[in-house]
Unconditional design. Sequence first.
Length: 748
Amino acid sequence: MSDLPLMIHDLALILIVAGAVTLVFKRLKQPLVLGYIVAGFLVSPHMPYTASVTDMSGIHLWADIGVMFLLFSLGLDFSFKKIVKMGASPIISVVSIIFCMSLLGILVGQLFGWSRMDCLFLGGMLAMSSTTIIYKAFDDLGLRQQQFAGLVMSVLILEDILAIVMMVMLSAIASGSVEGGQMLGSVLKIVFFLVLWLVVGIFAVPLLLRRVRGLINNEVLLIVALGSCCAMAVFSTKVGFSSAFGAFIMGSILAETIEAERIEKLVEPVKNLFGAIFFVSVGMLVDPQILASYALPIIALVLTIIVGQAIFGSFSFMLGGESLKSAMRCGFSMAQIGEFSFIIASLGLSLGVISDFLYPVVVAVSVITTFLTPYMIRLATPAYNLLEPRLPSRLIRMMNRLSMSHPNSTEHSQWRRLLLQMGMYSVVYGILSSAVITLMFMLFHPFIVKVLHGAWYANAITGVLTVVFISPFLRAMVMKKNHSEEWQTLWAESNRNHLPLLFTVLVRGIIAASFVFYVCQHLSHFAPAVVITVGVVAVVLMVLSRSVKRRSILLEQLFINNLRSRDIEAQVHGKKRPLYEGRLLDRDIHIADFDIPQNTLWAGKTLMELNLGRKYGVHVSSILRGTNRLNIPSGNDQIFPLDRLQVIGSDTQLALFRQAVESQVHPDDVQLEKREMKLRQLIIGQGSPFIGQTLEESGLRSHYGCMVVGLEEGKENLSPFKPTRRFEEGDIIWVVGEGDDLDRLLHS
């Protein structure tokens, strides 16, 4: 029998050690990510006292797959609609945090004399706080339902997105594309493919899943989801990006489908397995000798993260519109680095542009800051109480004005909104038109030339079909928002607005005509004046054509329906949050969700009996039970296990309510093994105390906790034992009960 491959031996060692270590970390209530890193150190060649992994190349391959699935899962939990609804505040905060922390990282690296690429990658690592660690810390400290925690999670979502962009930019810098023009080209390339993939993906993927929904079970859906993830990862590498970037994009596309939550649950075990291998591989790179040699830089980086996030993080949240107290709680919460820092470090190593010492240094910094995270979160309020009385009143008023003066999107001018929307539609439809033209020229044109043996009309067929295919996009580019509320308001407001409004139509018409001009110029040898005329006439015909208008509207409606499909499904099943939530967020009270445990003591009790308003000061606005939603429940409505309550209250009230939900439960049964039900035969012998008694009189159920299931009379089946029948000597009955109860019964 042949030996197993080394990879299987290594995998067995990794999973056994990781399982044992994570059990210890779970017991200590520490993040599992740290357990994986410690497990990786224990099985690494740097640990001579334990068995170590032999095939490092295979482990790194699995770790790369782990990164891909981690980002795919992140994309599944991400929605561009969420970013739009957040407004400008989180965007301002996250950009400010990333800029300040990246700059601090670069400066610290330069102080220690590290190379330019080491400093750049270090800046990117220090700018990335850990979503996993912060979420776990909030959950352990009972702060997840508090208002500032929601603000932090919003910023972390945006930070993860910008981390993807940062990875692409660092790759471009590492490859030597540092000149202004090349860097701008890289940014435009990211934007082009990002918009193209999202628009095409949201248009096509939900439509495909909807068509085959009746044929898909969990197994098929898992294969389709992972296959789509890998396919987009491959395509992403073909156009010059990382596989992780493509995996994230596919996840964000699937996040807009009805199947998103189902896919997320199916993919989670796969993500956990490969993610664990990735973090274990991170721990394998920890070299104690390097850590001892770089103890001073590690301490300096830890202090940089803690002090930098406490100061610049808090200031960034104030720029986003938060008060000093809320901003300090948010900034102190982000004082650590985590999984994305490891991913950026892995990128630097794979590109061969960073030094070997930087990876274990960053891992050590992450471990230390992770342990300090709960203490930093707790320290925020005492730090505010200590700082606030010592600040000059003038400075406090200035900071309050800063936090309250953040512009709201509803106050933007009609012109600003109209031009932004026109610009967005022009970019999206321009990218779609460019993609169609590229595909026609690269795929269809060589094919039709080959089929027609190079005939002159092959170019004409390609050109006509290309213009037909892009005509819905070009028409939408020209006509979109021309009948919107903003347009009509500006048109009616003043005659001076008429000419600028018409000018916007002219500009978009010229842009649309330039696409037709490019197609004709590429496929024909006509004079420029003729080509320009053809372009203008083609755009005018598109605008006037009812057929093109119908196709344009149909495509747009289909896209919007796909984009809204998850919201529609949430409304149908009662899972969509109430519309008034956004208004509550501007005040001291807000909405939070609470899941009722399975072993709750509240099961079957009414809201009147629980008296939650008087005890905790909260209001239950909705009860979500399965696929049903009960809004504004009355005092007679009952609470059941696994209900989800939407509760309104302040941070303090919700914290008390959360503590009550988690504490008022049935205690765990420490003698669970003794609760096994057994079936025994009982013969009513001479002198039995049950002779002459009925079932009720015998106390078999009430006193012994047992139940008679039948009377044995020599028949094929047991006869039912009637409640009025009295036990007689020689009766053979079958009784079910727990082991101890049956022993008491048999010895009675």
